[in-house]
Design a protein around this ligand. Structure first.
Ligand code: ACM
Length: 521
């Protein structure tokens, strides 16, 4: 691609360059069709900090944003963009498609357009082009674990903008875990008052013996979360809440010991990393607790999908509990291990009754009713099994999507989750099975950042970028060649710099000096 041509990440499905360019100036005005106003507002909001362009509405505007039912074939998110020397025309059948096109307009401008501070003197030029764009996968997500380390809502808003720039459409918030509860629940204030704070944190990976002696705490207000949902919606991003059960629930148990298998026992919010043996009891009070909590969650988060965790639930406490054994027998279950699926099924039914889609981590691809959307993470085979069982599936395979692993074997890498290296190429090459011969649906793909080793915004950025760019290319376009992505990513570095995003190496596969051009292509 010639140097003067922008290199979008992700790559649009169909892009043809044309001669000439279109320039945005102080005189450029925007014409919108009925219903397209929010896309024009987003364009103005996003371009204002760097360009200070007013882009006023006008029936004679040369930037045209139009809802056009003729583009229905491009679906909810598809759009057409024509940049000519005298006009720019963005069309889509739905508002979401226009929001995607706005992000492409940003990427066609010089990288300075993404700056958060004024960049006077830059000509705001876009090369002429014809783009017809539609995503390969409907679900293009990023999960942030705010339980292990809390992050202020300002970081979440910044990430919504970064997701939207990369045409990603889901921010999945892992809001509760053994080490912290971050969502306020009016019916149970102790969840955040007690569960939102831990005394200290383990230093090093699970099983380490050192602790930092530093309390860690934080939780969101309901207003912050409500505002975040609206902020994300204006950018075409859905915020999906996750509340973990029946394992990974130690923070809830610290606040409410009566929900445990030994109600007399006092527990702390967990200060360790790893899988905690303490899990919730399986009685009706616990189910009622979750129904109340989730009803409040659904008031704040309109997302169709509501994630209830379900992973890594040791069953030793249930096996030892007469009440749990009696419950398993009364429900006709073969053993106490089956209580996990039973528990999730009961809570899932509550969500279905409220018109939502229960979502959980797939442990083995077994044990959940088909109405669950599952996130497969352990093994690509689980993705295939879940599709055969008829689930909607999001692939989160840890070796291609877990950004808490190191991105290279370089000893200078910051501390990450031990056990694997997830490099850029692995993320870009995320293997996704075909769902056509199954009764299930492959919804898409999602990256996750578990934050045992990411306490600060700087650490979060450096683990997430540039790997999230590779996921975005994979999720939106499908399969672009690695070499082309790699070239685009190097150019994309100027955009990340303009945005102030700190990142890991953009160029871990620099061509060896003696490779011929043929080998590199
Ligand atoms: C997981 O990584 N425990 C979903």
């Amino acid at each position: 691609m010639p140097a003067h041509r922008p290199a979008p990440v992700p790559l649009p499905a169909h892009l043809s360059w044309r001669p000439g360019h279109f320039t945005l100036t102080r005189d450029t005005a925007v014409r919108t069709s009925p219903g397209a106003g929010p896309a024009a507002d987003l364009l103005r909001t996003l371009l204002a900090p760097a360009t200070a362009l007013p882009l006023p509405p006008s029936p004679d505007g040369t930037v045209v944003l139009a809802l056009d039912p003729q583009l229905r074939g491009l679906g909810e998110e598809g759009y057409g963009l024509t940049v000519g020397p005298d006009a720019l025309l963005l069309r889509a059948a739905h508002l979401t498609g226009l929001l995607r096109g706005v992000q492409t307009i940003r990427q066609l401008l010089p990288p300075e357009a993404l700056s958060r501070t004024p960049r006077r003197g830059t000509p705001w030029r876009l090369p002429c082009a014809e783009i017809t764009d539609v995503p390969r996968h409907a679900w293009r997500g990023f999960m942030l674990d705010v339980a292990r380390h809390f992050q202020p809502v300002s970081l979440l808003r910044r990430y919504v903008d970064l997701l939207a720039l990369h045409q990603l459409n889901v921010l999945h918030l892992h809001l509760t875990d053994d080490q912290g509860w971050r969502m306020p629940v009016a019916a149970y204030p102790r969840l955040t008052e007690v569960g939102g704070r831990r005394a200290e944190s383990m230093v090093g990976p699970a099983g380490s013996t050192g602790f930092d002696g530093v309390p860690h705490q934080g939780f969101y207000t309901r207003a912050e979360l409500t505002d975040l949902v609206a902020y994300a919606a204006a950018r075409g991003v859905t915020v999906v809440p996750e509340l973990e059960m029946p394992g990974h629930a130690r923070a809830a148990l610290a606040a409410h010991p009566e929900l445990g298998n030994d109600p007399g026992r006092r527990l702390d919010v967990w200060t360790r990393w790893g899988v905690c043996d303490t899990v919730l009891a399986v009685d009706d009070r616990v189910l009622d607790f979750w129904r109340t909590v989730l009803d409040e969650v659904m008031e704040v988060f309109p997302s169709p999908h509501v994630h209830i965790g379900g992973d890594e639930c040791p069953t030793t406490e249930w096996a030892a509990s007469p009440a749990a054994r009696a419950r398993a027998a009364a429900e006709g279950l073969p053993d106490t291990d089956a209580l996990r699926g039973w528990f999730l099924g009961r809570i899932g039914a509550h969500l279905v009754g409220r018109g939502r889609i229960p979502t959980a981590w797939a442990e083995t691809g077994e044990g959940l009713p088909p109405e669950f959307t599952v996130m497969t993470w352990r093994d690509p085979e689980h993705t295939r099994m879940a599709l055969k069982r008829g689930h909607r599936v999001i692939s989160c395979h840890h070796r291609a999507a877990y950004l808490d692993y190191a991105q290279s074997a370089d000893p200078a890498e910051p501390q990450g989750q031990p056990g694997a290296v997830v490099d850029l190429r692995a993320v870009h090459g995320h293997e996704l099975p075909d769902d056509t011969e199954t009764s299930g649906t492959l919804l898409g793909v999602q990256a996750e950042l578990w934050t045992e080793f990411a306490a600060t915004a700087d650490q979060v950025d450096r683990l997430v970028f540039p790997r999230l760019c590779a996921l975005a290319d994979r999720a939106w376009h499908g399969t672009t060649p690695w070499s082309g992505f790699h070239d685009r990513l190097r150019a994309h570095g100027a955009r990340l710099a303009a945005l102030g995003v700190r990142h890991g190496p953009l160029d871990p596969y620099a061509p060896l000096p003696h490779r011929s051009r043929k080998e590199q292509s």
